[in-house]
Design a protein around this ligand. Structure first.
Ligand code: FAD
Length: 560
C-alpha cells in the first residue's frame, strides 16, 4: 500500500480535508493532486510542508510530500529540513535511510569519521559489520583456515618442502584496503539513493532536532542507529587488554593470546588466532562456551576446538592483568595466574552507544543496560524518535538490523506499518569448526512444546577419512511431536553456516519432518544428513522424560 494511490479521489476524506485546511493559500497544489486519494498510516498522523531538500532530485513521490504539522489547525505549521534524520550509518541506519529515500522521503544521515577502531569520535560509514565486525572477522577466518587445510592436504598427497609461511602485514594491508573499498561503496549507495551524508557526531536536541558538531538540523522523524561498542570490565590492569576492534587490526601476530569470554566473538577469535598459529587460551566463567546455544552444540564445539589446540580454562574469572618488565602480560584469575601472554583480549560483551546522545533529556527511555526501549515498530518513548539495530539490544546481528531498518522505512514512508519478524532468525558462529542454527534449542523446545522428537548425527566427514584428522560433524533436528514441524536445526562442522542458511527457509516456512524426509539428498555431502535422519535419538514426552536413547545416527559410507 502506498502513501498515495491512483484510484478514485476521496475528497471527502477527513485527512484530505484537514490537509487542505492546513495548506497555506499560496501553496502551488499540483493540478493532478485532486485526482489522488490519501491513505495515510497512523504513523503519519502529523504532516508538514516539505519545503526544503538539500540535494534536490526529481522523484514522483515528492509531489505528494506536502504535509502540515497539525491536523486540528491549533499548532503552528512546522517546516523541517528532512523527513528523516538518521544518526549512525551502520547496517540498520544505512538500510532505513536508503529505503526511506527510495520511498520518496528526504533523508540525511550523520556518521563519525572513519577509523578501524571505534570511539566516541570515530566510526565510519558501513558501521561495525563492515569495518569492525562480520566482514574483517570473516576475512581473518578465511586467512586462518589455511593452516588446517594444509594439515588436511597431506593425506591427499600434498607435500611441502618447507612449512608454508604466513605474512601478517600482507593480510592486514589487504584487509584494510578492502575496508576502505567497502566504506566507499556504502557512501555511494547513500549518495545514489539521494541521502545527504553529514560527517560528524550526532546528538538529539529536541524531538525534531539533531545537532551535528554544532550545526542544527530539523526532521519530522529521527532514527537512532548508533550500534554498540565493546566493553572491557574495570579490573586492575584492564588498560593492557585489547577488544575486538583492536584484535582485528593488530600490527603483528600475537604469539600467545588469552581470550576472556565464551560467547561467539570469543570463539571466533580463538579460531582465528589458533589457525594463524598463535598459542590460544580461552577463559570462561561458566563450565561451557556459548551460553544460550543448544547444549549438545556447546559440548561438541568445545571438544572440537580443544582438539585443534585451543586451551580452555573453564569456571575462571579474570581478576587482574599485570605487565612484566619484558612487556609480557599475566592474567590473574580466581584459580591462579598464567604468565607470558603477548596479548589479552576481552570479548566480554558490548554496550549500546547511548551515552552523550541527549536521549534522556528529550524523554527517550533507556533500560539498565543502556539500550533504547522501543515498541514493536521500533518507536521509542518519544513519538518522533525511532531506534533500530544493536542500540535496541533485540537480536544483535546485521541481518536483523537490516530487517528493522527496512521495516521502519516501510512503516514511516510507505504507509505500510511493518513489525520486524523475529521468528526463526538463523545465525552462525564462525568458529573452527563453525556452527549454523535456526529455530529452538532442545532446551527451549522442551519448555515451549513439551513433546518433541530429537534426531542427532555425529559422524566423521568424508574428508577426514583421508586427512586423518579427528574432525567430526554434529547435526541435530528438533521436531514437534504433535505437528511434525521441524522447530530447531543445529549443526557444527565444515560449511554449517552455509547449510543452515538454506535449511532456514524450510524451518521458517514451518515445514514438517515428513517434508524433510521427502526431499532427496545431495550426495556425497554432510548436508544430506538433514534429509536422511530416520530414527529419533530420543523422544521427549511430558509424561515420561525420555523414551529411550537410541544413540546418534551413524552416517554410512558413500552411497549406502
Ligand atoms: C567482532 C564482531 C563480529 C560480528 N560478526 C557478525 C556476524 O558474523 N554476523 C552478524 O550478523 N553480525 C555480526 N556482528 C554484529 C553486527 O556487526 C551488528 O549486529 C551490526 O553491525 C549492528 O548494526 P547497527 O546498525 O545496529 O550498528 P553499527 O553497525 O554498529 O552502526 C552504528 C554506527 O553509528 C555510528 N555512530 C555511533 N554514535 C554516533 C553518533 N553519535 N553520531 C554519528 N554516528 C554515530 C558508529 O560509528 C557506527 O558506524 C559482529 C559484531 C562484532 C563486534
Amino acid at each position: 500500500m502506498a502513501t498515495t494511490s491512483f484510484t478514485a479521489p476521496k475528497l471527502s476524506s477527513p485527512t484530505f480535508q484537514t490537509l487542505c485546511r492546513n495548506l497555506p493559500l499560496s501553496l502551488p497544489i499540483p493540478k493532478t493532486l485532486s485526482s489522488f486519494s490519501f491513505h495515510l498510516s497512523p504513523f503519519l498522523s502529523r504532516f508538514h510542508l516539505h519545503h526544503h531538500h538539500p540535494t534536490p532530485r526529481f522523484h514522483p513521490r515528492r509531489l505528494f510530500a506536502v504535509r502540515a504539522e497539525s491536523e486540528n489547525g491549533a499548532e503552528p505549521l512546522r517546516h523541517y529540513d528532512f523527513d528523516l534524520f538518521t544518526i549512525g550509518a551502520g547496517s540498520g541506519g544505512v538500510r532505513a535511510s536508503r529505503f526511506a529515500a527510495n520511498f520518496g522521503a528526504s533523508v540525511a544521515v550523520c556518521e563519525l569519521p572513519f577509523s578501524t577502531i571505534s570511539s566516541e569520535t570515530t566510526g565510519g560509514v558501513g558501521g561495525t559489520c563492515v569495518l569492525r565486525g562480520c566482514v574483517p572477522k570473516k576475512l581473518m577466518v578465511y586467512a586462518s583456515k589455511y593452516s588446517h587445510e594444509f594439515d588436511e592436504s597431506n593425506g591427499f598427497g600434498w607435500k611441502y618442502d618447507t612449512e608454508p609461511k604466513h605474512d601478517w602485514s600482507t593480510l592486514m594491508a589487504n584487509k584494510n584496503a578492502e575496508l576502505q573499498r567497502l566504506t566507499g561503496i556504502y557512501k555511494n549507495i547513500l549518495n545514489k539513493a539521494g541521502v545527504t551524508l553529514i560527517e560528524g557526531r550526532g546528538k538529539v536536541v529536541d524531538p525534531h532536532t539533531v545537532d551535528v558538531d554544532g550545526k542544527l538540523y530539523t526532521a519530522r522523524h529521527i532514527l537512532i542507529s548508533v550500534g554498540g561498542r565493546p566493553f572491557i570490565p574495570d579490573i586492575p590492569g584492564s588498560e593492557y587488554a585489547i577488544d575486538s576492534d583492536a584484535a582485528l587490526d593488530l600490527p603483528s601476530k600475537p604469539e600467545k593470546v588469552a581470550i576472556v569470554g565464551g560467547g561467539y566473538i570469543a570463539l571466533e577469535f580463538a579460531g582465528i588466532f589458533n589457525g594463524l598459529t598463535s598459542e590460544v587460551h580461552v577463559f570462561i566463567r561458566q563450565k561451557k562456551v556459548l551460553r544460550g546455544f543448544d547444549e549438545e552444540i556447546r559440548d561438541f564445539v568445545g571438544e572440537q576446538m580443544a582438539l585443534r589446540g585451543i586451551q580452555f580454562h573453564t569456571e575462571e574469572s579474570p581478576q587482574a592483568i599485570v605487565k612484566s618488565a619484558d612487556g609480557s602480560l599475566s592474567l590473574k584469575t580466581n584459580e591462579g595466574t598464567i604468565e607470558g601472554f603477548s596479548h589479552i583480549m576481552f570479548a566480554t560483551g558490548r554496550r549500546p552507544n547511548t551515552k552523550n546522545l541527549g536521549l534522556e533529556s528529550v524523554g527517550v527511555k533507556i533500560n539498565k543496560n543502556g539500550a533504547i526501549e522501543v515498541d514493536e515498530y521500533s518507536r521509542t518513548t518519544v513519538p518522533s524518535i525511532w531506534a533500530v539495530g544493536d542500540v535496541t539490544d533485540r537480536i544483535n546481528l546485521t541481518p536483523v538490523a537490516l530487517m528493522e531498518g527496512a521495516a521502519l522505512a516501510k512503516t514511516l514512508f510507505q504507509n505500510e506499518p511493518t513489525k520486524p519478524d523475529y521468528r526463526a532468525v538463523p545465525s552462525a558462529v564462525f568458529s573452527q569448526p563453525p556452527i549454523g542454527q535456526v529455530g529452538l534449542t532442545e532446551e527451549q523446545a522442551r519448555k515451549e512444546y513439551g513433546d518433541i522428537d530429537v534426531y542427532t548425527a555425529n559422524f566423521r566427514p568424508l574428508k577426514a577419512t583421508l586427512s586423518g584428522l579427528p574432525d567430526r560433524v554434529f547435526m541435530k533436528l528438533i521436531v514437534c511431536a504433535k505437528t511434525n514441524k521441524v522447530i530447531g536445526l543445529h549443526m557444527c562442522g565444515e560449511d554449517s553456516a552455509e547449510i543452515a542458511q538454506g535449511f532456514a527457509v524450510a524451518v521458517k516456512a514451518g515445514l514438517t519432518k515428513a517434508d524433510f524426509d521427502a526431499t532427496v539428498g545431495i550426495h556425497p555431502t554432510s548436508a544430506e544428513e538433514f534429509v536422511t535422519m530416520r530414527t529419533p535419538t530420543r523422544k521427549i514426552r511430558q509424561s515420561s522424560e525420555s523414551q529411550g536413547n537410541m544413540g546418534h545416527e551413524a552416517k554410512t559410507a558413500a552411497g549406502v
